[in-house]
Design a protein around this ligand. Structure first.
Ligand code: AMP
Length: 211
């Protein structure tokens, strides 16, 4: 099973992709997590990625494509994988198609959430200073100050202020739409309503891939 998750920031795709990968027993491959891991290890790739990540810009295709293709070529990805955060550009999507050849992606799950709802969600988001994982404030225990994953300090990112969130979304909307159109032409796109409770979104995803 080889799947791609698509969605704007705040759509909940990271959480859903991780849960589904555990359920299906396939590898979870998040390009954002990979860059953050390189960053925490202080590798050359991490340092290079940092300059783009800090500005909220995309890391150049060449570097990103090489990193992700290497990862999905590893043993644990042979029985399948779920991609989160990759591809982000048409160039990346084409490189992925070319690399996979006959082992092509079977489905692209697009979690759709309206813009006002995304602004609401992202403005109430807090992130871990150490590992970067974002959380919905209302889903954490009240008054939580530490990351449930790694114990790092939780804080509100400067770019999660409502005005900045709106600007980020304006950049992302045409990018995600372009990829949705690309996969719709390949008849691989499935749209999922992301404005339902988390468990319902999960059920809709399972239903979609069993079709
Ligand atoms: P994310 O956790 O998916 O929001 O990714 C965090 C940051 O990592 C992004 O803002 C980009 O700087 C970088 N990044 C993650 N995935 C990609 C990608 N597919 N192409 C380029 N940059 C990426």
């Amino acid at each position: 099973m080889r799947l791609i998750f698509l969605g704007l920031a705040g759509a909940g795709k990271g959480t859903q992709a991780l849960t589904l990968s555990q359920r299906l027993g396939v590898a979870f491959v998040s390009s954002g997590d990979m860059f953050r891991h390189h960053l925490s290890q202080g590798t050359d790739l991490g340092l290079l990625a940092k300059s783009y990540m800090d500005k909220g810009e995309l890391v150049p295709d060449e570097v990103t494509i090489r990193m992700v293709l290497d990862r999905i070529g590893q043993e644990d990805c042979l029985k399948g994988f779920i991609l989160d955060g990759f591809p982000r550009t048409i160039n990346q999507a084409q490189a992925l198609d070319k690399a996979l050849g006959d082992r092509e992606v079977q489905g692209v799950l697009y979690i759709k959430v309206s813009e006002p709802e995304l602004v609401r969600r992202l403005s109430s988001r807090i992130s871990c200073r150490a590992c970067g994982t974002p959380y919905q404030k209302e889903l954490l225990p009240q008054g939580a100050t530490r990351c449930p994953r790694c114990g790092g300090e939780l804080y509100q990112r400067a770019d999660d202020q409502p005005e900045v969130v709106r600007r980020r979304l304006q950049v992302q909307i045409p990018e995600v739409q372009g990829l949705a159109d690309y996969y719709a032409r390949q008849r691989k796109l499935v749209e999922i309503n992301g404005e339902q409770p988390v468990e319902r979104v999960g059920e809709a995803l399972v239903k979609a891939i069993l079709r």
